[in-house]
Design a protein around this ligand. Structure first.
Ligand SMILES: [Fe+2]
Ligand SMILES: [Fe+2]
Length: 289
């Protein structure tokens, strides 16, 4: 099934290097966190510029206490999204580990699976301890199209990479924001450190899979995949606007509120910033124009 796939020397070297880095950086997540009874100070839990209302007309009128509530529930939404996304990506990596064609990346898959299980644990732990809930998975499912195994592999590992790059946009900024409580910075900092390796691995893997796709598929099939991944990027952006979070923050008519902030013209530039790393990656490998 994957026997046609030629892994380059460069890819093998990256796998070895990242496997070693995972061993070196290994920590016990069940001991790494303090988990205070409550998060102090009682200020924003998410950087102001990362909130879904940032830059909009709504932001100018929101009372400070409401903004603090919103930052709490939007962080619960972000970590819930990450926890659900991890479950889905683990299922796909599990399907492939130790199967024919994946002999070269398999050693790294073990670290990836182990680390992601731990990430899912600490993000869920944060949500349950400090929010009392994890929001349900609200992903829309795309209609399943008949695709070759090469296209499917490329799509699956692209979805993992895109999800990790967008999550990391938030984690890196929150880890570095001195205005956030230490517990919040800590979960973001630890995740950001592990994700740097996953994203480096994902970039190498997706590039290798794309070479295989280009070799065996028409320009139309490649364009179809580009459209699919663009819709996936949009879907992740949409999920950052959560009716559950707006409702828990005490906002009246949360669905209408969501439609209003999502349609605010100031948000387009923010979406472009969030997706910049992903879009330039897919331009560089030649999928997006
Ligand atoms: Fe992760
Ligand atoms: Fe990851």
């Amino acid at each position: 099934m994957m026997s046609a796939l030629e892994w380059t020397q460069e890819f093998s070297k990256a796998v070895n290097r990242l496997t070693e880095a995972s061993v070196e950086d290994y920590y016990n997540p069940y001991r790494a966190f303090q988990w205070p009874d409550e998060i102090k100070p009682a200020s924003l839990w998410m950087s102001r510029e990362l909130l879904s209302i940032h830059g909009t007309a709504v932001e100018r009128d929101i009372p400070p206490e409401r903004l603090v509530e919103l930052s709490r529930w939007e962080s619960v939404n972000l970590y819930s999204l990450i926890a659900h996304g991890i479950r889905e990506l683990l299922i796909e990596v599990m399907r492939r580990i130790h199967t024919p064609g994946y002999e070269i990346p398999t050693p790294y898959f073990h670290h990836f699976i182990g680390e992601e299980n731990e990430h899912m644990w600490f993000f869920a732990e944060f949500c349950l301890r400090y929010g009392g809930r994890i929001y349900p998975d609200r992903r829309m499912v795309f209609p399943a199209a008949e695709r070759s195994p090469e296209l499917n592999n490329f799509i699956v590992f692209s979805q993992i990479l895109i999800f990790e790059q967008i999550g990391d946009f938030f984690n890196a900024r929150m880890a570095a924001d001195p205005g956030l409580p230490e517990t919040v910075r800590e979960v973001n900092r630890i995740h950001h450190r592990d994700e740097s390796r996953h994203i480096a691995f994902g970039g190498q893997l997706v590039s290798a899979l794309f070479n295989q796709v280009k070799a065996g598929h028409s320009a139309d099939a490649v364009r179809d995949v580009a459209g699919y991944l663009r819709r996936y990027i949009d879907l992740i952006i949409q999920m950052l606007y959560s009716v559950d979070a707006y409702r828990d923050a005490g906002i009246a008519s949360p669905s209408r509120f969501r439609a209003t902030v999502l349609a605010d013209p100031a948000r387009q530039a923010v979406h472009d910033r969030i997706t910049e790393r992903t879009v330039s990656f897919y331009r560089r490998i030649g999928l997006f124009d």
